[in-house]
Design a protein around this ligand. Structure first.
Ligand SMILES: [Zn+2]
Length: 41
């Protein structure tokens, strides 16, 4: 993931399709295109 994508994710926006991301436990997930990112804690 590049810095631009990370900035989008930080703002809650899917870097693939631009829709809002949903937070699920340790992950952020796009319900529109299926993109997801899970952070290990
Ligand atoms: Zn998406």
């Amino acid at each position: 993931m590049n810095d631009d994508d990370k900035e989008l994710v930080d703002r809650g926006i899917c870097p693939v399709c631009g829709n809002k991301l949903a937070h699920k436990e340790a992950c952020v997930e796009c319900e529109f295109c299926g993109w997801a990112l899970c952070e290990e804690s």
